[in-house]
Design a protein around this ligand. Structure first.
Ligand code: MF3
Ligand code: CO
Length: 256
């Protein structure tokens, strides 16, 4: 695992604050009638005006500043003018902000107006998966402890874990080793080291775990067309404990 220097951590923290702020802004835009293209353009402008740069734009050819994935789209949705939010949808916004060469990565799944009880539960459990995963997680632990806790919480609620995609280390690059799996045995995976920075991102399906890819080469969808949710934060591990760098200050899980 890559350990960051104190100077690097300062820059990563700033990138993560810009990431968090862009998601807080994104939430205010979510309403019926808005296209995912419009959302993306507004968020892109916000990121640039706040002093960051949208790192997804151009990453391996990705054509937008954000990934926006509605309902049965798991992740990596390309924003489109013809995908228009409607009451009852759930929409995940995933974005990476770069600041002075360092990155922050986070995602939230938001409801559009009132959504079904199943979608409510899916969003809640996906977020809980993140927090169950990091519970009592510390330097010296195997990453499998996190992976296993995420899988256990998802499956005990009748949901499934996407296997083909995972979290990742983050820093100078958006994606660094190790892969942060959302499933597996507690005794597997690398040992967490001091000043490691990881993007932890459960992707949880309401139905079966199988996924497919859209013809656009990016969008990941559930095979059974049931909804999927995504919740992600960038996290720093120190000797004092773990710091969630992209968490909203007023989040129900903050300061617990
Ligand atoms: N946050 C996403 C991830 O970690 C990044 C999406 S890929 C991109 O996988 F091309 F959009 F950048
Ligand atoms: Co990520």
């Amino acid at each position: 695992m890559i350990s960051k220097t104190p100077a690097e951590i300062v820059l990563i923290k700033k990138a993560c604050q810009l990431t968090r702020d862009a998601l807080i802004y994104a939430k205010t835009l979510i309403k019926p009638g808005v296209s995912t293209y419009d959302l993306d353009k507004s968020i892109e402008k916000f990121i640039i005006e706040s002093g960051g740069s949208p790192a997804c734009l151009g990453y391996e050819g990705f054509p937008a500043a954000t990934c926006i994935s509605v309902n049965d789209m798991v992740v990596h949705g390309i924003p489109r003018k013809d995908i228009v939010l409607k009451e009852g949808d759930i929409v995940s916004v995933d974005l990476v902000v770069a600041y002075k060469g360092y990155h922050g990565d986070a995602a939230r799944t938001y409801p559009v107006g009132k959504v079904s009880p199943e979608k409510e539960k899916l969003m809640r459990v996906t977020k809980e998966c993140f927090f169950k995963g990091i519970e009592n997680l510390r330097i010296g632990d195997r990453l499998g402890k996190l992976s296993n806790a995420i899988q256990t919480h998802a499956e005990s609620n009748g949901f499934s874990v996407v296997r083909e995609l995972s979290g990742h280390g983050i820093g100078k690059k958006m994606h660094e080793p190790p892969s942060v799996l959302n499933y597996g045995k507690p005794t597997d995976g690398p040992i967490i080291t001091e000043n490691a920075v990881l993007a932890i991102e459960p992707m949880i399906n309401a139905g079966k775990k199988e996924i497919g890819m859209l013809r656009d080469g990016w969008g990941i969808v559930t095979r059974d067309e049931k909804p999927s949710a995504h919740y992600e934060n960038t996290v720093l591990f120190t000797r004092q404990g773990l710091e969630i760098l992209t968490l909203e200050k007023d989040d129900e899980f903050a300061n617990r």
